[in-house]
Design a binder for this molecule. Structure first.
Ligand SMILES: [Zn+2]
Length: 78
């Protein structure tokens, strides 16, 4: 239980249940957040765009990476 997940790409930590709502907003642009990153100092929220933008930097320090951006694809269809 004390093991810290180092694989920041894990997206299925809690199955398909969405944890982010329309009230959760991107820290960078204020759009609806679909990505939640937990770091030592707290939590960061990002929209799909900014989540991808900062993923490379944050993945090094992220303790967990929760990504619901796939919901965007589902909602928008092909
Ligand atoms: Zn954003």
């Amino acid at each position: 239980m004390s093991q810290i997940a180092t694989n920041a790409q894990s997206v299925d930590e809690l199955g398909a249940a969405p944890q982010l709502t329309a009230l959760d907003r991107c820290d960078s642009c204020g759009a609806q957040a679909y990505i939640r990153v937990r770091v030592a100092t707290g939590e960061l929220l990002f929209c799909a765009h900014h989540g991808k933008k900062y993923e490379e930097k944050l993945s090094a320090i992220a303790e967990s990476w929760h990504d619901e951006s796939s919901r965007l694809l589902e909602n928008q269809g092909a």
